[in-house]
Ligand binder design. Structure first.
Ligand SMILES: *Cc1c(COP(=O)(O)O)cnc(C)c1O
Length: 220
């Protein structure tokens, strides 16, 4: 046994009800995902459209597939028929493109706005100001085939947990502000996707409702 079931069960004991455990399977083969599936896991995330398509075809249909990588417009059509949630929206343009493909396949696709909060340059996403400016224009309100479900972020890759905590807290504050300003009447703006293997406990303490865990499940 590779130990995936044991590690998954151990992680579950640390995650309260109401927080979604998303298994990030991007580096791992179908067999590893099957083991997690057999242990009851149903939410999986991938970073590449091609991998997502191949794995979706090979695995049971009741899996909820999340897309967590940088999404190029020309790849949307491959995942639009089945993807459950796209965590990495970083422009209004991308939202419009997803909406177009959602309409073609008759689906409403769940989307999260990715917030660039880490100090690293390399991470994608809106700055908080860019995110607010995009929402302010309210063009997104016309998009019938996407649902903005919340925010996603990646904290800085650092051992300084107080910095990580500050970053997660900033996203939680932004989430609360956006909810009050634009989604007060809505029950669907409900997701903060934050926290990975190394920082998910801190993320949950700061309000995360969806933790994205890869290596701690699949590698131990
Ligand atoms: C790889 C990845 C994760 C999981 O990272 P681990 O450290 O392996 O838990 C979470 N979120 C995103 C966006 C990723 O790319």
């Amino acid at each position: 046994m590779s130990g995936i079931t044991e590690r998954l069960n151990a992680i579950r004991t640390t995650i309260p009800e109401g927080v979604c455990l998303l298994a990030i399977s991007k580096y791992y083969p179908v067999e590893a995902i099957e083991e997690a599936y057999n242990a009851g896991q149903r939410d999986f995330g991938e970073n590449k459209a091609q991998d997502l398509v191949v794995k979706e075809q090979a695995l049971p249909k009741d899996i909820r597939w999340h897309f967590t990588g940088h999404l190029q417009s020309n790849k949307i059509k491959y995942i639009a028929p089945f993807v459950y949630m796209i965590h990495s929206i970083d422009s209004l343009q991308l939202l419009k493109e997803i909406n177009k493909h959602g309409a073609k396949v008759g689906r409403k696709i769940n989307c999260l706005l990715q917030i660039h909060i880490a100090r690293e340059e390399s991470k994608f996403g809106f700055t908080p100001d860019e995110c607010l400016a995009m929402l302010e224009k309210e063009e997104w309100k016309e998009l019938q085939n996407i649902e903005i479900r919340g925010l996603m972020c990646m904290a800085s890759n650092t051992d300084d947990m107080s910095q990580v905590r500050d970053e997660f807290s900033a996203v939680k504050n932004l989430f609360d502000h956006i909810k009050e300003r634009w989604f007060a009447q809505s029950t669907s703006f409900d997701t903060i996707s934050a926290g990975m293997s190394g920082d998910y406990i801190t993320a949950m303490e700061c309000g995360s409702t969806c933790v994205r865990i890869g290596s701690s499940i699949f590698e131990g």
